[in-house]
Design a protein around this ligand. Structure first.
Ligand code: WT7
Length: 660
């Protein structure tokens, strides 16, 4: 960026008058009024919304309980059921015949289900789970691709008070095993196969493999949805075809009314150290924020067609596919496939075909579709009728201004606001985001906190820094949809999110941020820990390092860092010291492939490094600490300008800088 550009006023994109007038939160004054309400009576504000948006079986009388901080409780004496709120309630309101889900399969076949049908399907599944012995409080692991069955399986768990833990279909048998063991899941729901980009890929076979890796004795039953009809291994003592499990089950099932704090789901995400952590979410507070953010950030209305392209294996798919839009009685798309199959016009064609009005995707997808459109006119969005769109969203990583502008102009026709939503698996829903009828947008900024969310930028001591100065992103007050604990590891929860440095008073997001000196808008500057964001997928560098060194016959030592990547945001770069002399040429290539395959087996293909460099050693301080900041420069291909005086072996940098 040139000096002239940095001092230039950022261009503001104002929402149109029509958008403002029609929006649920209409205009900056309305936004400020909500913020002021929360400021004046924090608990009263959330209680009002919780009564407004959620149907309670037993109304709550207590709002926030901070007695055992940071293990906060919200609405603790209220009882409810998430699936009742998402399904029955809509049928009771007369939406039984309204389309809940428009499912489009990888190959293009479309299946629609109404709210009544989805309710019946969920109830039968819930009854089937009960018949397999699943009770309130049990965990169910769901390892399935995007499907109506996937959503119904989550809803069915919620219906009977079982806690679901969805594992993304791109994770390996080893990762799946870890999650089954950690959750002690009683039942696993999967499919014979998954279909992506015209290819059939295994699911059940990976479950079988995971269960042979040990530690999975809790898993008594495996329910298998027939997706492709492929031949799969079948253990009659343990495996049950979903069709058989459903046969004869009633399509009504009384919801299990659970306490607001009852764990609705566990979802594993990477941290800076150790194994992925099982983020535990509540039922009441979580569902409130799922519904509220869907209403205010996406401005969801009765006739909208909402499409969130995330997978149900990630939190975005939980909040903005399974729970938020359904809680509001919306119509949504569930898509099985990938954006580039049969060609990179798939998203645009689907928006056209289904008259999608609200579209929510990740910057990585946008960037790869820009590339594709630039190389091939035929898949450029201008070839499609995208006039149904009225609102766009972005999530998962910072969106670079160039991608923002393209998205705005070529997808949104210059008329659709873009909500750049900052949040995390741990936050349950949006934390900092424009509201479409409120916020003048600046490309690359997630703008202002969602009403009621007390976000701030602080220094290492927890003191707020002036606007215009970068720092650490924190949240000052507990909010309803926040993580409740790390499953089985409350100490790690405290340490990770309410560190002593901030006297246990501030929620640490793990990101850096800066507020604009004039507008106070937030821009996220990236993770401050050893967590990478590759194509919007969160990966711990330590996890990848552990996977590498677990290849004991080859690897002596490994260090993993991220480097900026035009398409995927960040790319994984691994520095490896082998137990044998440093290889070069074809031999190095072959070993690199072997290591990638190994990581793929240990974690999943999403964790494969883009770059692997071999060295005789790693850059270390005299006390033996790996100097990662130097490796980051080397990974970028930069000349190392940092101070290397504490470095034991400076010559190693040059060696690691060389690609084989
Ligand atoms: C991390 C959370 C939130 C659902 C998907 C990812 C990064 C997320 C943005 C954004 C800049 C963002 C942060 C955050 N992130 N949204 N709009 N702008 N960065 O959930 O896997 O828990 O990852 O994603 O670094 O901490 P996640």
């Amino acid at each position: 960026m040139s000096g002239a550009e940095t001092t230039q006023e950022p261009k503001l994109y104002h929402p149109s008058e029509a958008t403002v007038a029609a929006a649920h939160v209409s205009g900056m004054e309305a936004y400020q009024k909500l913020c002021a309400e929360a400021e004046a009576d924090y608990e009263g504000y959330w209680a009002r919304l919780a009564r407004d948006l959620i149907s309670w079986k037993t109304p709550f009388t207590k709002v926030l309980n901070q007695d055992n901080a940071p293990f906060f409780k919200w609405f603790e004496d209220g009882t409810l059921n998430a699936s009742y709120n998402c399904l029955d309630r809509n049928v009771e309101r007369g939406l039984g015949d309204k389309t809940a889900i428009i499912f489009e399969a990888d190959g293009g076949e479309v299946t629609k289900v109404t709210y009544s049908e989805l309710l019946a399907r969920t109830c039968r599944l819930a009854n089937a789970l009960k018949a397999q012995g699943v009770k309130k409080g049990d965990r169910v692991v769901i390892y399935i691709s995007m499907s109506i069955d996937g959503v119904a399986a989550m809803q069915a768990c919620a219906r009977i008070g079982a806690t679901h833990s969805v594992v993304f279909g791109g994770f390996s048998a080893q990762s799946l095993r870890d999650r089954i063991e950690d959750t002690q899941a009683k039942v696993i729901i999967t499919a014979d196969q998954q279909v992506r980009g015209g290819k059939s890929l295994p699911l059940k076979a990976i479950v079988d493999e995971a269960l042979t890796l040990g530690g999975c004795d809790s898993a008594q039953k495996v329910l298998i949805v027939k997706r492709t009809g492929a031949e799969v291994g079948f253990n009659p003592e343990r495996d049950v075809w979903m069709d058989d499990a459903l046969a004869g089950q009633s399509d009504s099932c009384e919801p299990e009314w659970v306490e607001a704090e009852h764990p609705l789901f566990l979802l594993y995400t990477s941290g800076s150290t150790g194994k992925p952590k099982g983020v535990q979410h509540s039922t009441g507070g979580y569902l409130l924020h799922a519904a509220l953010t869907t209403k205010w950030t996406f401005d969801l209305k009765a006739d909208d067609v909402f499409w969130c392209t995330a997978d149900i294996g990630w939190v975005t798919g939980h909040t903005y596919i399974t729970y938020g839009p359904l809680a509001l009685g919306g119509t949504e798309i569930v898509f099985e496939g990938v954006p580039t199959y049969p060609d990179a016009g798939r998203f645009w064609k689907m928006i056209q075909d289904h008259k999608v009005s609200i579209f929510y995707t990740a910057p990585t997808a946008i960037r790869s579709l820009i590339k594709a459109a630039e190389g091939n006119e035929a898949v450029h969005p201008k070839q499609y009728d995208l006039s149904s769109l009225r609102l766009l969203g972005s999530v998962g990583e910072p969106i670079n201004p160039a991608a923002w502008e393209w998205y705005h102009q070529h997808v949104g026709g210059g008329r659709c606001p873009i909500v750049d939503t900052f949040w995390q698996t741990e936050t349950g829903g949006h934390m900092i985001t424009p509201l479409p009828g409120v916020t003048p947008m600046v490309p690359g900024s997630c703008t202002l906190p969602f009403p009621g969310i007390q976000a701030a930028v602080v220094d290492e001591t927890g003191k707020e820094v002036p606007w215009g100065q970068g720092g650490i992103l924190v949240v000052k007050k507990p909010w309803p949809s926040m993580i409740r604990t790390i499953w089985g590891d409350p100490e790690r929860f405290k340490k990770s999110y309410y560190p002593e440095d901030f006297k246990g008073q501030l929620y640490l997001a793990g990101d850096g941020a800066i507020r604009d000196a004039k507008t106070g808008y937030f821009t996220i500057t990236g993770r401050i820990d050893d967590v990478l964001n590759v194509s919007g997928h969160r990966m711990g560098t330590m996890e990848i390092e552990s996977a590498l060194v677990s290849c004991t016959e080859l690897v002596a030592e490994a260090a993993v860092v991220g480097r900026p990547d035009d398409t995927t945001g960040e790319a994984i770069c691994a520095f490896v010291v082998l137990k044998r002399p440093r290889p070069s040429g074809d031999e190095a290539k072959a070993i690199a492939k072997q290591l990638r395959d190994h990581i793929s087996k240990e974690i999943g293909p999403i964790a494969k490094p883009k770059d692997i460099r071999f060295g005789d050693n790693l850059p270390k301080t005299r006390s033996g600490k790996i100097m990662r900041r130097l490796l980051r420069s080397v990974a970028k291909g930069e000349a190392v300008t940092q101070d290397t005086s504490t470095l034991e072996n400076p010559a190693i940098l040059e060696q690691l800088g060389q690609a084989y």
